[in-house]
Design a protein around this ligand. Structure first.
Ligand SMILES: Nc1ncnc2c1ncn2[C@@H]1O[C@H](COP(=O)(O)OP(=O)(O)OP(=O)(O)O)[C@@H](O)[C@H]1O
Ligand SMILES: [Mg+2]
Length: 610
């Protein structure tokens, strides 16, 4: 993995322009399959807002009846205190029911659609070409699946619906108070716009500050992640204290940023409190003077109307505050969904192309031809790793690649699986350009024992079965036997069910390798790529691994990358690679007799006792 990539745990907020909104809303296609519960949720939301809006009016009527002003009530309502109280109770019950059902439906929508997003995203990730992963850190990719998805979890159901509801509340609230007393309403509204504007500006600077906090925290998380993954190196270099102080310094920066932000947040909260309560008292002061006027005065306001007026004013204030908060949430969710969509828009490898009906599955005999292959890694375009590689391996032949470290040997075999696009030349398998082959089918015919074996965290059985999922137990045991792995597997109390630990750390290097060989034997591919481990094994396990490799190479086209030249005497052809070119080729006999050749030189070096 690339270690110099950018930190990606924070979510960029996106300006709520129409264009950004439309782009982010493409994530809605994941909600679409659940449109029935979504629409039901919306309807319930509407119903519960209506019942909420009715309550202040009812309270106002209650006060008016108590104040002997029952004549202000509409005809269809009971004119007694108990009657109104019963109506209120009914409204509250309904409200409770609506809210329960709303959460029930919206949760289904958001849980299901989030599951779909995660599944689709993961499905996409595993089909992306290798360079995508080389340009990013693992943590950055997992945060797409976890925090970005969590960020949008409720936004596209609850928050968006809530946003609509607050707007409705705002509009309905204003309509209600206008109907009750337009004079008082105008007075109230005159104080509102400046407050909203100030809150908006305040909120913006807070968002900027809290983003800084998130950034700092993300940076510290990178330290934890990397040191936990490479804990062995941390200990080997005794840099525990160094890492602790590095992490501590990162945490201090996080706290600093968070505290700075908290001052603003505190200011914001107190501002909102003062503004809201101040506004209410102002309205009360003015309203009370209207209540005091004689009933004959056109400005007179019944007591109950003032009560409901104040309640509506509070609703309006709350919804304005809520709108600001949700606005921020929607913004960051748009940012998160954009990052998710960005990955979904990446181009997958051309795998699993549906085969045209009637055509037979790909048969591979194992004839391989490299023709003037040139290659640069997409992440390092300035370094030409392979300059001009041409060779031909007939089906069933065994070929060895030798050469100094960094010469490009591992690169050559990886290109056969089309893990990267070529920069020039072509590779043909059975006479067909690998660009034209279905990658999944091609790779099914290739077995690889990589230079560094990484096992998956499950059991030994699971790891061997990776070669051919669903293979019968007898085949697994047979593969383990032929890979010379059965002996040590049997010696474990749990046998095949032994858990190998994360990335296989509970096994030795040689054991891991033999598991990888068993895996390849089980797969039984037409083409075998063996990248010999550079780490030296003791001679006994080396012999065991060697025997296993010989077993594996039988009856198939094999390319073996050898570091110990003793292991490749019997191959049909040896290619000596240096600086991205083939500098020599021939059999062991031919090459070892060429006194000035590289192979003879390497041979001499290895024969010398060390
Ligand atoms: N994923 C990668 N991205 C960028 N450059 C790479 C990558 N893998 C290898 N390289 C570079 O390509 C060159 C060839 O690497 P390669 O792994 O093919 O060497 P090798 O011959 O297998 O060496 P060794 O004997 O040490 O295994 C090296 O210079 C290496 O730095
Ligand atoms: Mg290598």
């Amino acid at each position: 993995m690339n270690t110099s990539g950018q930190v990606g745990a924070d979510v960029p907020k996106v300006k709520l322009t129409k264009e950004n909104f439309q782009r982010g809303m493409r994530i809605f296609r994941f909600v679409l399959p659940y449109k029935v519960p979504f629409i039901l949720g919306l309807l319930l939301l509407l119903l519960s807002s209506i019942s909420t809006m009715v309550m202040p009016k009812m309270l106002g009527y209650l006060v008016n009846i108590a104040n002997h002003q029952a004549h202000t009530l509409p005809r269809f309502l009971p004119k007694t205190i108990t009657g109104i109280a019963l109506v209120l109770f009914g409204v509250v019950l309904l409200q409770g029911l609506f809210s329960f059902l709303r959460i029930f439906f919206f949760s289904r929508v958001s849980e299901f659609s989030v599951r779909d997003i995660r599944r689709t995203l993961y499905q996409k990730l595993v089909t992306l070409p290798i360079p995508f992963f080389e340009q990013r850190r693992v943590g950055e990719i997992t945060s797409r699946l976890t925090s970005d998805v969590a960020n949008i979890q409720d936004t596209f159901t609850l928050t968006l619906a809530e946003f609509l509801r607050q707007i409705l509340t705002l509009l309905a609230g204003v309509a209600f108070i206008m109907w009750e007393s337009w004079r008082l309403s105008l007075f109230m509204l005159a104080t509102f716009p400046p407050l909203v504007l100030m809150a908006f500006l305040f909120g913006r600077s807070i968002r900027k500050l809290s983003k800084q906090t998130q950034d700092e925290l993300a940076k510290t998380n990178v330290i934890v992640e990397e040191t936990m993954q490479g804990i062995n190196s941390v200990k080997a270099f005794t840099s525990e204290q160094h890492e602790v102080s590095r992490y501590g310094a990162g945490l201090n920066r996080t706290v600093e940023a968070a505290l700075k932000a908290s001052v603003f947040r505190g200011g914001f909260v107190s501002f909102i409190i003062v503004a809201i309560f101040g506004g209410i008292f102002l309205v009360l002061w003015r309203g009370a003077s209207y209540v005091e006027l004689p009933a004959s005065d056109p400005r007179h306001l019944p007591m109950g109307d003032l009560v409901s007026f104040i309640l509506y004013t509070m609703f309006i204030g709350a919804s304005v505050a809520g709108l600001g908060e949700m606005y921020g949430k929607i913004q960051s969710s748009l940012g998160a969904s954009e990052r998710i969509l960005e990955i979904l828009d990446e181009e997958s490898e051309p795998v699993h192309q549906p085969r045209p009906a009637g055509t037979a599955p790909l048969q591979v005999h194992g004839d391989i031809e490299y023709e003037h292959v040139q290659f640069r890694y997409p992440t390092r375009p300035d370094l030409q790793v392979l300059k001009d590689i041409s060779f031909h391996i007939e089906a069933g032949e065994k070929v060895a690649l030798v050469g100094p470290s960094g010469a490009g040997k591992s690169t050559i075999v990886q290109l056969l699986m089309h893990l990267y696009p070529l920069s020039g030349g072509s590779i043909r398998v059975d006479g067909r350009d690998i660009n034209e082959l279905d990658l999944t089918e091609l790779r099914q015919h290739i077995g690889i024992v990589p230079q560094e074996t990484l096992l998956f965290g499950g059991t030994i059985r699971e790891n061997i079965l990776y070669g051919r999922p669903g293979a019968p137990e007898a085949d697994v045991v047979d593969a383990a036997r032929r890979a010379n792995a059965w002996q040590f597997i049997q010696s474990f109390p749990e046998g095949l069910d032994t858990v190998v630990g994360e990335r296989g750390i509970k096994l030795s290097g040689g054991q891991r390798q033999r598991i990888a060989i068993a895996r390849a034997i089980l797969k039984n591919p037409a083409i075998l790529l063996l990248d010999e481990a550079t780490s030296a094994l003791d001679s006994e396990s080396e012999q065991l691994v060697q025997q296993a490799m010989d077993e594996l190479m039988q009856n198939r086209t094999s390319i073996i990358i050898a570091h110990r030249l003793s292991t490749i005497r019997k191959v049909d052809k040896i290619l000596v690679i240096d600086g991205g070119r083939i500098v020599e080729q021939g059999t062991h006999e031919e090459l070892s007799h060429d006194e000035h050749g590289q192979y003879a030189h390497l041979l001499k070096l290895q024969l010398q006792p060390s």
